[in-house]
Structure formats: structure tokens, C-alpha cells
Design a protein around this ligand. Structure first.
Ligand SMILES: Cc1cc2nc3c(=O)[nH]c(=O)nc-3n(C[C@H](O)[C@H](O)[C@H](O)COP(=O)(O)O)c2cc1C
Length: 368
């Protein structure tokens, strides 16, 4: 199975399966001299599970991270950093009955074809949302690194099904309230309506999707490697590697197709002695390079494939049509768990490109 590493300078390699022994990530290329502890990674991992609500799967396990290499006396050494969490709450037997009945909307059928039946099917194996734990661990290192350059990446839910966040939120509100909300929406009244819509589909044995917005602040102008490693192309690729992501747009995105040039262009102005733009329809990227304005990206997430409603499938053993009602512990909506994953995905790409642009040095002397 190739395709498990991403990045050129800050290279993250994901390993582990949903119901295997662990989920881990190997980060190669992190500069020496970054102060890094297990607590830095743990606090990001804890954001994945909105505890105390009925909106996430019953598979609630606190993922406890261990750093196995690459950190000495509290600082990164420049060597590969291996971090992992052990899987504890896995119940593989839940999947035996469905082994030959591919779940509609999940990767069971395509994985069977691609890997000739050898891939670990339990809980979706490598195709489980659980594998995003690796992204969050790598993302927490990237975020810490970017923080030294005042770069901040914030993601939040803007829609669950047809319940939308309409209010525009300040950066302070997003920072303060996103993780107070079980659905990760910083407007707490929209959050309640979103939570109710998830509980409603859960009662119906169904699922719902949604939208996440992500903003990266203080990214300097001129970061990216066009043509084929454009900043937007690399961010989009990373985001599409998150399971269940079905759409990505920057700035005005798909709406820009309906705008005139005079409406879509972002006029330049001088703000506090620096070049800025009046609007940000470009989403902070032009020609594959950052403009210095906030990078703004939105992600569409589909409804969770595993639902307990009866659906048509095919029995792969006898090639007969069959029905499936998915048992096991599944989230009726994966959007809340995906919010820190989106933040991490964007942070990893930014760390990689900041290193490639030479803005982040290979040794962080000023840390000590
Ligand atoms: C954080 C997260 C959690 C997920 N949890 C589940 C789940 O509990 N059940 C499920 O069927 N799919 C879940 N998914 C989605 C599937 O992994 C995904 O739809 C599947 O691998 C097929 O890939 P695709 O939708 O990108 O084509 C989750 C996705 C994410 C990002």
C-alpha cells in the first residue's frame, strides 16, 4: 500500500489501522530546537472527541499519545519524530458479519478490489476515520512550529445538513467558543440547532454531513511552489485525503463563477504600512502563492456512510444482491470530529511550504 506519506520538507507518514494495535505517524523534517512534549500533542488529540453528548459514536476512548523518538530534553532533535496511540476500544467481531457485504458509501468494496482481499477490513482498516488521529498528531507538531512564526490555524463548523451558521464570527469568538460547542460551531445558538439535527438523524438510524471553514492567519505573502505544488493545490490534496471530504473551495470558491471581475477582484490597499486587500475573495492565495491575507478554505463533508437503516448491497461470496443494516459504533455525523483534523491538515501543508520557502530555518536557535 503506497501513498501513506505527504509533504516534501515536513514529511508525515501515517501508519496503523482502526482495529489494529495502534495509530501512528512519523514526522520527518521537523527542524531541531522546537520545544515539544506529549502534552502539546495530547491537547490537540483531546479536541477530536466532543465528550458528554450523544452525537459521537459509543467508541469513546481517550487516545493517549506517546512520543517514541526525535525529542530529547524537551526539544526536537531534527531526527524523525514517531508518535503513536494504542487502540483500546476496538471490537473487531462487530465487523465479521459484514465481511463480504460492502457498506454502501464506505471503502469496503474498493479496498477489496485494490488489495485483493488482503486489507484489514475491521472497522474500515486504513479507511477508517480513526486514521485521522495520525493527522492530528502530525498537525499538532506543525501548529507548534507555525506558532513560532505567529501563524494560527482555526477551523470551525459552518453547517450541519441544512442548519447553517449565518452570523459572521470574530477571530476572538472563534478562538474562544469553537471547542466549547459539541459540534464545534462558535455561535452557540446555531450550535444547539446543529446538535439537535444530528440527534434527529441518529434517532432515524441515519446520518448527516456538513461544512467546515478553516482560516490560517499571519501566513506571509509569497509561500507556495507553483506550478504543480501550488499552495492551494497542496492544501486541497491534503484535505481530500481526509475520509468523507467531498468538496474544497477557497475564498469566494464556487460562487466566484457567478461574479464579475469587478466584484471578484480584491483591490489592493495599504494597511498599517503594509499591502493588504480590501476583500478576500481569493481566499488568501493568488497564482498558487499566499497573498499575506488570511487563507480561507471551506470543506464539504458527506454524511457518515455506516447507518443502521436497511440498504442494498451485494454478497461478494455468492454474487447475489443482499441487504445490510450496519451495526457497530458510528458517528451519525463526522463533522465535529473532523474540525481538528481539518486544522491539522492545513497546518501540515503550511509547515511544509514555510520550510520549502526557507522562512522556517532547519535549526530553531532562538527557542532555547
Ligand atoms: C473523523 C472521521 C470519523 C469518521 N467516522 C466514521 C464512522 O464512524 N463510520 C463511517 O462509516 N464512516 C466514518 N468516517 C468516514 C469514512 O471513513 C469514509 O467515508 C470512508 O473511508 C470512505 O471514504 P470517502 O468518503 O472519502 O470516499 C469518518 C471520517 C472522519 C474524517
Amino acid at each position: 500500500m503506497a501513498g501513506n506519506s505527504i509533504g516534501k520538507e515536513f514529511v508525515a507518514t501515517s501508519f496503523g489501522e482502526s482495529h489494529g494495535k495502534c495509530i501512528g505517524v512519523l514526522v520527518d523534517g521537523c527542524p531541531a530546537g522546537l520545544s515539544l512534549s506529549e502534552e502539546d500533542i495530547q491537547s490537540e488529540l483531546d479536541k477530536r472527541i466532543p465528550l458528554g453528548t450523544g452525537i459521537v459514536s459509543a467508541r469513546i476512548e481517550r487516545d493517549v499519545v506517546k512520543i517514541l523518538s526525535g525529542v530529547f530534553n524537551g526539544f526536537t532533535t531534527g531526527a524523525p519524530i514517531c508518535t503513536l496511540v494504542r487502540n483500546k476500544a476496538a471490537v473487531p467481531a462487530e465487523y465479521d458479519a459484514m465481511r463480504n457485504l460492502p457498506r454502501p458509501g464506505h471503502a469496503d468494496y474498493t479496498a477489496q478490489i485494490r488489495y485483493g482481499g488482503f486489507s484489514d477490513h475491521r472497522g474500515g482498516g486504513r479507511f477508517s476515520g480513526r486514521v485521522t488521529v495520525a493527522l492530528v498528531m502530525a498537525g499538532s507538531i506543525a501548529k507548534k512550529l507555525l506558532g513560532l512564526f505567529r501563524i494560527e490555524v482555526l477551523a470551525y463548523t459552518i453547517a450541519i445538513g441544512d442548519v447553517k451558521l449565518i452570523k459572521s464570527m470574530s477571530v476572538d469568538e472563534i478562538r474562544r467558543d469553537t471547542y466549547r460547542s459539541p459540534v464545534r460551531c462558535p455561535d452557540l445558538s446555531s450550535s444547539k440547532a446543529m446538535e439537535n439535527s444530528i440527534l434527529k438523524v441518529k434517532d432515524e438510524g441515519d446520518s448527516v454531513g456538513g461544512m467546515i471553514e478553516c482560516v490560517a492567519l499571519n501566513v506571509p505573502a509569497g509561500v507556495g511552489d507553483p506550478l504543480f505544488d501550488s499552495l492551494d493545490a497542496d492544501i486541497a490534496k491534503m484535505l481530500f485525503n481526509i475520509p468523507a471530504v467531498k468538496g474544497v473551495e477557497f475564498g469566494a470558491g464556487f460562487k466566484s463563477a457567478q461574479l464579475k471581475g469587478s466584484e471578484n477582484n480584491d483591490p489592493y490597499v495599504i494597511e498599517n504600512g503594509r499591502i493588504a486587500t480590501l476583500t478576500n475573495n481569493s481566499g488568501g492565495i493568488l497564482g498558487g502563492l499566499s497573498t499575506g491575507m488570511p487563507i480561507l478554505v471551506r470543506v464539504a463533508i458527506k454524511p457518515t456512510p455506516s447507518i443502521s437503516k436497511k440498504q442494498g448491497t451485494v454478497n461478494l461470496l455468492n454474487m447475489e444482491e443482499a441487504y445490510i443494516q450496519v451495526k457497530g459504533r458510528h458517528d451519525p455525523c463526522v463533522v465535529p470530529k473532523a474540525v481538528p483534523v481539518v486544522e491539522s491538515a492545513v497546518a501540515i501543508v503550511l509547515a511544509d511550504h514555510m520550510l520549502r520557502a526557507g522562512i522556517i530555518p532547519r535549526v530553531l536557535k532562538e527557542q532555547k
